[in-house]
Design a protein around this ligand. Structure first.
Ligand SMILES: Cc1cc2nc3c(=O)[nH]c(=O)nc-3n(C[C@H](O)[C@H](O)[C@H](O)COP(=O)(O)O)c2cc1C
Length: 245
């Protein structure tokens, strides 16, 4: 307990508390409003098929069956399966003014993250690193090629990453949330991504696929792979998805 109180984590939790006596205060000054989404103009695009909502899966069954699966096979995913997984993560389900509401909740409807995908094996799509364009439901190709070794090495050599057909990589967009919640935003970004990740695990279960959340990776190696600065935008969480045997 004494050690915890000396550390950064303790100070952060204490200094970002809301209370009736003390209004939250910081020295950050005013912040410009960042973009709601990131898009890569000029990137080659892959249109994702809209999920078929006539297919149903029993929620209680999916909750009971959800597991982190580390032994997926070499079989590729179909583009329909990838589209459903991405829709579960961040599909747009309604509009409220300027806000595009999604499948997962987010503090202030700010969605302070971006989704990147390393595609190792998806039918009809080249191997490579992609960004998910939420508004257009498309993939934007950042770099084609086989990066299996690099993603595995940056994930502390975890075999689950080597075996995956695809890896979703989520970055935190700090300013998108800090502009409203200031320092407390860091609490919310982690919570937001937890909801997104659970959606993906439930969707994977519904599709009979295996998925595993990944929080252990060398941050700046992963940032470099998805070409982000590691400061205003930094990789926070990932999930592997693949076929089960
Ligand atoms: C934030 C977070 C980070 C995780 N990071 C990893 C990881 O790097 N590697 C891994 O194999 N599993 C990882 N897991 C999966 C957990 O080990 C798993 O959820 C836990 O053992 C419970 O098993 P279950 O998900 O099958 O119920 C992570 C889970 C969470 C929620």
């Amino acid at each position: 307990m004494a050690l915890y109180k000396k550390g950064l984590a303790f100070r952060y939790v204490q200094e970002t508390k809301y209370s009736r006596e003390r209004a939250p205060k910081d020295n950050l000054g005013s912040m410009p409003s960042p973009d709601q989404f990131k898009t890569y103009r000029g990137a080659e695009r892959v249109q994702l098929p809209q999920p078929d909502f006539n297919e149903s899966a029993d929620l209680w069954h999916c909750l009971a069956r959800r597991r982190s699966e580390r032994n997926t096979t070499q079989e590729p995913l179909s583009l329909e399966e990838l589209a459903k997984v991405l829709w579960a993560a961040q599909g747009i389900t309604a509009r409220a003014g300027i806000y595009l509401l999604r499948t997962a909740p987010s503090a202030g409807a700010l969605y302070p993250f971006e989704t990147y995908i390393y595609i190792d094996r998806v039918e009809g799509v080249s191997q490579g690193i992609y960004h998910f364009d939420v508004a257009d439901f498309e993939l934007e190709c950042l770099q084609e090629g086989n990066f299996n070794g690099a993603f595995t090495a940056a994930s502390l050599g975890q075999p689950v990453v080597r075996k995956a057909a695809v890896v979703l990589i989520w970055t935190a967009m700090m300013l998108r949330c800090m502009v409203k919640y200031r320092e407390r935003a860091v609490r919310y970004i982690g919570m937001d991504l937890g909801h997104v990740c659970q959606n993906v695990q439930l969707a994977a279960t519904a599709l009979g696929l295996g998925s595993c959340p990944i929080g252990a990776f060398y941050d700046d190696e992963m940032n470099k792979l998805v070409e982000v600065d590691g400061e205003e935008e930094t990789v926070l969480y990932m999930i592997t998805v693949g076929k089960l045997g």
